[in-house]
Design a protein around this ligand. Structure first.
Ligand code: HAM
Length: 426
């Protein structure tokens, strides 16, 4: 049996980078006052159709939609923003107050699998509600910059930003754009012809190379922006400059979800091939009202976890050390039993201790396993040690050789060493 196409396992050998990324993310999110929310993997299909937009790749062709036994149409979430807004409304989390939330977990899109593109992939998203000023757009962008810096991948990542203006400005621009596209109807591909009436801005997002000259010559949204959006964007630019965050203004950045207005941004790398966007987001001031709430400004982003991990791997970022600290080696049934009890006591006294008990077998094979595990110390319980209530601690990595201690002193001895190792790391 094999995994479903596009759905991948994350194996123990890869986990240390995932954990490192998750830990840094959590610190950055905590550091900015974002609170975690855990959301269902499944929502009503209608939620995604109404928020992401009917005429988007995601809703048109990428959702895992099914009927449950009641005949309700449900969908595996393709992204987290819609569910987060739904939950925030349902539980009154954003009623007349500022709320900063984050979530993490798998998302599902039936896209064509390739390197960096999966049908089940992980996102960590942050959403800020109730803040209309560009400071929060800047805050979210600065959080990304800080995360890349802490992970050591900042030199490989660049920021692209654009503004989509207000819905009114976009509606006015839409008319200008439709007129332009109609004038060049014969040069439109099939997808774009269909989008012309339904969602013409998405024509600008076409990846078809034949369409590019037409897109480049199209009228620009920037020239049709409303005054307030123009001002919002200018203030955001000033904030980013003041924070020392380099960016590239990309007027063709439109994003594949319909809920955005004003600021949109993507963090991009050239080091991963075609799937180079590692994090993306923007402002969506209309979505809360669209889903039945009071008008509430909102802004957020989502990190594509697989892509960031791939980048960390490429740069040679090291994950946290997952190897056991100690490996208990015990010869014979009685010693094995003693090792089990000793291990139980040690873990209770040193909750962060990673200790593995040997599975039995000859001392030689146990030492081999201890060595292969990457453990720092072997805790040896031989006949003689048992008789005297002692344990031999053998240094498997350094040159410290071995010491023999009363078993009662072992947790103190290990505790000192774990504490000094932790200090070294900080
Ligand atoms: P999105 O651009 O669709 O935005 O996805 C965000 C990130 O998820 C992408 O930049 C990419 O890194 C990752 N991603 C998307 N699809 C895949 C895939 N098939 N395989 C691997 N990684 C993928 C959103 O989802 C919005 N909800 C972001 C947002 C939050 N906007 C405001 N708040």
């Amino acid at each position: 049996m094999q995994a479903v196409r596009g759905m991948h396992d994350i194996l123990p050998g890869e986990i240390s980078l995932w954990r490192r990324l998750e830990a840094e993310l959590r610190r950055v999110l905590d550091g900015h006052g974002y609170q975690e929310i855990r959301l269902p993997l499944v929502e009503r299909t209608e939620l995604f159709a109404r928020s992401i937009g009917e005429i988007t790749d995601i809703v048109e062709k990428e959702m895992y939609t099914f009927e449950d036994r009641n005949g309700d149409s449900l969908t595996l979430r393709p992204e987290g923003t819609a569910g987060c807004v739904r939950a925030a409304l349902e539980h009154g989390l954003i009623h007349n107050r500022i709320q900063r939330l984050w979530y993490s977990g798998p998302m599902f899109r039936h896209e064509r699998p390739q390197k960096g593109r999966y049908r089940q992939f992980y996102q960590t998203g942050a959403e800020a509600f109730g803040l209309a000023a560009p400071e929060v757009d800047a805050e979210l962008i600065i959080m990304g910059a800080e995360l890349w810096r802490r992970l050591g991948i900042a030199p490989l990542v660049r920021l692209e930003i654009n503004t989509l203006g207000s819905p009114e400005a976009r509606a006015a621009y839409r008319e200008v754009l439709v007129e332009y596209l109609r004038d060049h109807y014969d040069r439109l591909d099939e997808d774009s012809r269909r989008r012309l009436d339904l969602n013409p801005l998405r024509v600008l997002d076409s990846k078809n190379p034949d369409m590019q000259p037409l897109i480049e010559a199209a009228p620009r949204l920037l020239d049709h922006l409303d005054e307030e959006s123009r001002d919002h964007f200018a203030r955001l630019e000033t904030l980013l400059q003041g924070a020392g965050v380099a960016y590239h203004f990309n007027p063709c950045l439109v994003r594949g979800l319909d809920y955005y207005n004003r600021t949109v941004f993507e963090w991009v790398t050239d080091a991963l091939g075609a799937q180079g966007t590692i994090c993306a987001g923007g402002r969506y001031d209309g979505l809360v009202a669209q889903l039945g709430g009071r008008p509430t400004p909102a802004c957020g982003f989502a990190v594509g976890m697989e892509r960031v991990v791939a980048l960390m791997e490429q740069v040679g970022v090291s994950g946290g050390d997952e190897a056991p600290h100690a490996f208990a080696v015990a010869a014979g049934d009685e010693a094995m039993r003693a090792a089990l009890l000793l291990g139980m006591r040690l873990r209770r006294e040193l909750p962060s201790l990673r200790l593995v008990n040997a599975p039995g077998g000859s001392l030689k094979s146990q030492f081999k396993k201890a060595d292969r595990s990457g453990a720092r110390w072997a805790l040896v319980l031989g006949e003689d040690e048992l008789e005297h209530g002692e344990v031999t601690v053998k240094d498997l990595r350094g040159k410290a050789g071995q010491v023999r201690l009363p078993q009662k002193q072992l947790s103190q001895w290990l505790g000192h060493r774990l504490a000094s190792e932790r200090e070294d790391m900080q």
